[in-house]
Design a protein around this ligand. Sequence first.
Ligand code: ARG
Length: 469
Amino acid sequence: MSKAKTIDKTNRTWGGRFTEGADALVEAFTASVNFDRRLYNQDIDGSIAHATMLAHVGVLSTADRDAIIQGLEQIRAEIERGEFAWSEALEDVHMNIEARLTERIGDAGKRLHTGRSRNDQVATDIRLYLRGAIDAILAQLTRLQVALLELAEREADTIMPGFTHLQVAQPITFGHHLLAWFEMLRRDWERLRDCRGRVNIMPLGAAALAGASYPLDRHYTARLLEFSAPAENSLDAVSDRDFAIEFVAAAALLMTHLSRCSEELIIWSSAQFDFIELPDRFCTGSSIMPQKKNPDVPELVRGKVGRVNGHLMALLTLMKAQPLAYNKDNQEDKEPLFDTIDTVLACLRVFADMVPVLRPKREAMYRAVKQGFATATDLADYLVRKGLPFRDAHEVVGRAVRLGVDTRRDLAEMELSELQVFSPLIEADVFSVLTPEGSVAARNHFGGTAPEQVRAAIARARVWLAERE
Ligand code: ARG
């Protein structure tokens, strides 16, 4: 249902200068209301703050201010009840709400746009929206981090093979592996938090591009909207979307990390690895192969990185050739931004639900660590401690591994006399370093994989979680 009758001949709030209505195709082409209506709360909050400031500086009467605020709150309720009649002819969320306000309260509604433009209005709305979205994302990220620390604590002593080149490299603890994930996400948390600081600057008052000819108190409006400050420069305030690009870049990195974690979950839940069991509710079956249980959730997370990376390219490209100040190109910022927010939130939620119910298969992990000569470096280190230069030790162990490959035995399964053929420095005490337990316990320094270090790292991470703001 259009509100056309209350507006001028072109159906637009800017209709005064125009002699003919918009071409229907152009109208549909330029409209953004179908996607920017999700900004309605921020648009109403911004308008209430703007009207409050206008009254504060004496540009608007308190009676008009009160009518505007009451009218906007009624419109908010209308939208929330699903009763608001959005109109494409009114182009965007801003003009839809303003037209409805005027319809409800008359002339006071027409005074709201004093000293304001849709250019500073939309930039303000997006920043408010993104600020809230970042807070929601940080909260989900925190849930995931807490879940990872709990799982890492339960698995601090669990031994598994660590890999390089996806080949068994050295024994590690599963807790240590999970803490690597935690570190990636810690940096993502910090990046988003840092980005939030640059998002939280207020464009309002920049008006179309040059500021307004009224005595606006932009610091006052900024305080009302809980922005940290009004933007310094009116041209910059309405034109740049670098804050959105920065957010999507941080989101792309976060998604990259979730994708890497997903990749490991997928590999680990294969029959060939069999390191973990994903609960049935995070998997699906196959319509043709009855035995299948596919790790769909991690696969989808891995797949969804593509769209966020795409959105990053879209926004960078959107911005790159725009002269100052506002250009309509910027209307294209919203869909990539919204989809990035939705994607990241959905992936984080599902991950934070999944991590606490992952079931590690400790015996399978242990079996795998015994199969890949994972303690070969430990034998070399043992020889170094007995005085052999590392390069010579490397050579000796290489030959012992060769024997192991030929006779299908791990180093720990060989006789002492067999090992002594490779070096007379090898004595009975060698077997304590050839066990996976001895190997991980030996890596007992800051950042190492020893269970003691894993517990210390978890304790430090918990302090960080508690102290960060
Ligand atoms: N829908 C527009 C956007 O998203 C609002 C600003 C329009 N400003 C203008 N001068 N056409 O960017």
